[in-house]
Design a protein around this ligand. Sequence first.
Ligand code: EPZ
Length: 430
Amino acid sequence: MASYLIRGGRHLRGDVTVSGSKNAALGILAAAIICDGPCTIDNVPQVSDTMAMIDIISDIGAICKLEGNRLEIDPRGIQDARVVSERARDIRASYYLLGALLARLSSSDIFLPGGCNFGVRPIDLHLKGFEAMGASCNISHGRIRLDAKQLHGANIFLDKVSVGATINLMIAAAKAPGRTVIENAAREPHIVDVANFLNTMGARIRGAGTDMIRIDGVSSMPGRRSYSIIPDQIEAGTFMIAAAVTRGDVCVHNLIPKHMEPLSAKLKEMGAVVEEGGDFIRVYIPEGRHLSSTNFITMPYPGFPTDLQPQAVVLLCHAEGLSRMQENVWTSRFQYVEDLKLMGANIDVAERTCLITGPAQLTGSLVQARDLRAGAAMVLAGLSAQDETEIYDIFRLERGYENLVEKLTSIGANIRRSDISTLEVERNLK
Ligand code: EPZ
């Protein structure tokens, strides 16, 4: 059980470069298997979630060659619609293979995706869409199987805005004869990226990034093209917040400023200076200025992203006064607050809202990475706390942050990775 050890109190300064978007990569890797030829995907982040997805699609017959962040994938060897790789249990995004295998083989059979620690994560909207397109669904023995004699276009209205359902249905519809319209579609940047990838490989998708996406099924997607994944909006936001909570001065490179607007606006509102360039954003707090309290509400894009919610709560711990964070996407995504309280944060949680009183002088402690973004929040808390913080279960963090220790060290953080946590050492001594 590896951990990060962080000695806080240093002002982060310098330049850091963001990797490719994990959540775009997971959709694009699944989408690649519906092509009728090989393709090259650049800017694939080497994080455990994407490595797991590459293992899973290799296991069903794709030929994958990863060199650095460049992946060459040839899906023509995929014959088996049944995913048996245990890696498919590790990542929820393996459910994208439901739509991808349905499109390629008219059938798919995967483990039912597990839950996670911030509430139930149903896939009823995905299944409703597949059934509208002519698939039959059978759930038994912890697996889900879809079969379709012939997928066809359909008009689908998503009862809730769902990133996963939007991507999954877009992939399934790309080669389904006829037109599919997805209404009340999610509009996240990674949805646009998956649509752009599919179009590059020969699909005909219009409207991605709006709440209505039209897909005209094509009979063939030749592939044989290259595509580069967009920068990770959530990693970029994590570094922007790191600059603010350490009262540093950091320039975050390789990002798309428009994707960062929900966060940039709030940082400015709180008193930070946010300077935007073509593909970078510089964040710093002027000498003598204190961050002021404010309220956040997480919403589907273009609202404030739920995946920056834990990180923003750490930011609010450093603001003067009473702030509020309202979580509108997940039913319970505040478990990490218990760890922040160990570090001296003053936070009260009431269901989907938490009240933060600041500024709090955080002090180092032994805390857990309870999920990917909660782990990122613990890193931000450790960087801005006095003394040393140890974060265990960092395997969850390494699902979505590439070379995090190297990147933070390059801007002045005192952080190192230990293969064994203090918890384990103490347990072994007993
Ligand atoms: C994606 O999850 C992301 N994961 C999540 O990021 C992110 O928090 C979420 O979108 C919201 O932005 C990936 O892209 C791999 P949803 P997803 O379907 O697709 C409900 C991270 O940290 N819903 O948009 O699973 C659902 O319960 C991860 O990178 C249904 O009711 O999220 C939730 O309340 C954590 N039925 C809401 O919709 C369904 O069939 C949004 O879920 C599907 C979803």
